[in-house]
Ligand binder design. Structure first.
Ligand code: NAD
Ligand code: TDX
Length: 334
């Protein structure tokens, strides 16, 4: 008899796979089913360590009949599935509207029909960006002001969730988290791209001058906060998840180079991202105070070192993806 039957959408991607691993490890009384269409960003290999414990259904989150059937067998849904890379959204926004907006609509209709608890996973990018020198950070009451095709589709999805809560009484919570790092992150993203560039004899690539600030959180901390919200959060509420990890890209770049035994100047400046958000910063005090949550990985350098070790030890996971990703970046001058 299971304490909870959980449906995880996007569970073969970076954060979803780490969420599934942690759930299997720490909550053996939870039955986990994963719905994932295994896009370029999802991988069966990411779930190999838990293959015996988890059911993986290969399917699209916009497939209403499939989603309805899976939701009808679940007590709760954690919705990670999304198109997630800002540079890809700039090149072709169509899949972002499809998965992020229509996919979330499809999940909402299914949880409404079957009266199932939903946690919707979102991003701090929905709030737009902040000036560099400002003391202010994003809070739950910051107005939505997304900049990119990616963040605007995530914002649209969040607003659908809020409307389904208010109009239909759907039992949902939302979380908006800052930039994650850790194992199983696709090599298109900033930190794994630089680590694997160094490991394959390429020079790391910094957009523009590297003054842009991101608020880094270890993926296991994001996921422990999602679990806390799922079990103890107030229905209808939005929670911001962050771990006070603000750093500019140049600093992160130099830290990676130093930890990997290279000169801190051994990188290239490349074409900046169009519309590049300057700074994200989360004020996590509501989550700390209301739910008593705290991050476990408070030493960024230590987390980064462990992440570098993981990429060094797992070239079989990322190696087959690397050349194609770099060819796409080269085509964009990045
Ligand atoms: P990811 O790109 O690594 O993984 C996304 C997963 O969704 C993949 O497994 C992919 O196959 C799956 N997917 C995509 N389209 C699908 C579809 N139509 N049907 C079914 N599955 C589909 O992304 P991630 O970094 O793990 O992000 C997960 C969630 O967390 C997203 O909702 C993202 O917006 C949010 N988020 C990410 C970060 C971050 O720093 N990575 C920060 C805050 C919030
Ligand atoms: O090669 C690079 N060089 C570089 O300087 C890459 C890939 C990125 N960058 C910069 C752009 C950003 O300022 O590094 C920063 C981080 O870039 P990404 O890893 O692409 O992340 P970001 O655009 O900040 O978005 C991420 O965090 C929020 C995730 O991809 C989103 O899914 C999440 O919602």
């Amino acid at each position: 008899m299971w304490a909870m039957r959980l449906l995880v959408t996007g569970g073969a991607g970076f954060i979803g796979a780490n969420f599934v691993h942690a759930t299997v490890r720490e909550r053996p009384d939870v039955q986990v089913s994963v719905l994932d269409s295994l896009t370029y960003a999802g991988s069966r290999e990411s779930l190999v360590p838990v293959a015996e414990d988890v059911r993986l259904i290969e399917g699209d989150v916009t497939d209403a009949a499939l989603v309805s059937a899976l939701v009808s067998e679940a007590d709760a849904v954690v919705h990670f599935a999304a198109e997630t890379h800002v540079d890809n959204a700039l090149a072709d926004p169509a899949p972002f509207v499809h998965t992020n907006v229509v996919g979330t609509f499809t999940v909402l209709e299914a949880v409404r029909r079957h009266d199932v608890r939903l946690h919707h996973v979102s991003t701090d990018e929905v709030y737009g960006d902040l000036p560099l020198d400002a003391a202010d950070r994003f809070t739950e009451s910051t107005p939505y002001h997304p900049s990119s095709p990616y963040s605007s589709t995530k914002a649209a999805a969040d607003l659908l969730v809020r409307a389904w809560v208010r109009s239909y009484g759907v039992a949902a919570t939302i979380s908006n988290c800052s930039n994650n790092y850790g194992p199983y992150q696709h090599v298109e993203k900033f930190i794994p791209r630089q680590i694997t560039n160094i490991l394959t004899g390429r020079r790391p690539k910094l957009y523009g001058r590297g003054a842009n600030v991101r608020d880094w959180i270890h993926v296991d901390d994001h996921n422990s906060a999602v679990w806390r919200i799922l079990t103890d959060g107030t229905l209808g509420r939005t929670y911001l998840i962050g771990a006070e990890g603000e750093r500019d890209n140049l600093t992160v770049m130099r830290t990676i180079l130093r930890l990997m035994g290279r000169s801190e100047d051994d990188f290239d400046h490349v074409t900046d991202r169009a519309g590049h958000d300057l700074r994200y910063a989360i004020d996590p005090s509501a989550l700390y105070q209301e739910l008593g949550w705290r991050p476990g990985h408070t030493d960024f350098e230590q987390g980064l070192r462990a992440t570098i070790d993981w990429y060094e030890a797992n070239e079989s996971w990322w190696g087959p993806l690397k050349n194609a990703v770099e060819a796409t970046y080269a085509g964009r001058g990045q």
